[in-house]
Design a protein around this ligand. Structure first.
Ligand SMILES: C[S@@+](CC[C@H](N)C(=O)[O-])C[C@H]1O[C@@H](n2cnc3c(N)ncnc32)[C@H](O)[C@@H]1O
Length: 243
């Protein structure tokens, strides 16, 4: 049965091929990572403490580290992906790691309250059923310091638009340029095991706001992939209330 477990097992199985596949097949993958890193550079102070939620092989964390000094806590459901992320990222920059399924309760246990300057998440949250998505967004809100940012790239589907289909067509075109053995294996796994739950940006922005986020905005988009940011409101220093 296709489920959140089968999605994670798909990544376990092709972890070693992930970077080649992703950078040659997913349109504007590198641009997306650069934009996440730019958002971190703009919104965070040096030595920021960041969670990379669904870190995969660590590419978003690496892009962030090219722009600013940061300590990053890595979370992913796939042990194989996590091993690669840990081998790629400077040990001194790793604030810790956890292999956990974020579609289940308890993935955030012991991570503390309101300690992080940002949660970054690239191409992950679209794998969560909507009730779990909302729970994860609420948990991210609680993990962030007042003034902290959620910076997340996801796939979206907009009613009356062919952006999703167009994006997948572009992937298919780029896939033809790859070694067929590698590309057929990864593409087959993804079709067989990877689950997505798509909805509109407006719906997700509404859920982010309900979780407490302000300044919810789309910073970058390419067809069906968009980078959305939101901020946990700052506390008023005299009243201690959110402003
Ligand atoms: C498309 S990859 C993105 C990886 C990385 N963020 C990047 O941009 O390259 C999706 C990642 O999400 C992880 N993932 C998917 N569903 C998950 C879940 N329920 N819990 C934890 N990790 C999950 C997968 O293991 C995989 O590493």
């Amino acid at each position: 049965m296709m489920s959140e477990d089968s999605t994670v097992s798909c990544y376990d199985e092709h972890a070693r091929m992930y970077d080649v596949y992703q950078s040659s097949v997913v349109p504007h993958y590198r641009d997306m990572l650069d934009m996440v890193a730019k958002a971190c550079e703009r919104y965070l102070k040096p030595n920021a403490l960041i969670i990379d939620l669904g870190c995969g092989t660590g590419n978003a964390s690496l892009a962030v580290q090219e722009k600013l000094s940061a300590r990053i806590f890595l979370i992913d459901g796939s042990k194989e992906m996590m091993d690669i992320a840990q081998s790629k990222i400077d040990k001194a920059a790793q604030a810790g790691y956890r292999v956990a399924d974020i579609s289940r309760e308890g993935w955030d246990e012991g991570l503390g309250n309101a300690e992080y300057d940002a949660v970054i998440s690239t191409l992950v949250l679209e794998h969560l059923p909507f009730d779990r998505y909302r729970s994860v967004i609420e948990k991210c809100f609680r993990l962030l310091q007042p003034g902290g940012w959620l910076i997340a790239t996801e796939g979206y589907a907009e009613e009356g638009s062919d952006m999703q289909e167009w994006f997948y067509e572009e992937m298919e075109d780029q896939r033809r340029g790859l070694d067929p053995k590698l590309s057929d294996f990864v593409a087959g796994l993804r079709v067989e095991k990877e689950v997505h739950y798509y909805c509109s940006k407006a719906k997700k922005a509404e859920w982010w706001k309900e979780a407490g986020f302000s300044q919810v905005n789309v910073l970058w988009q390419y067809l069906g992939i968009a980078l959305m940011v939101g901020r946990r409101p700052l506390l008023d220093s005299s009243s201690g209330k959110q402003v």
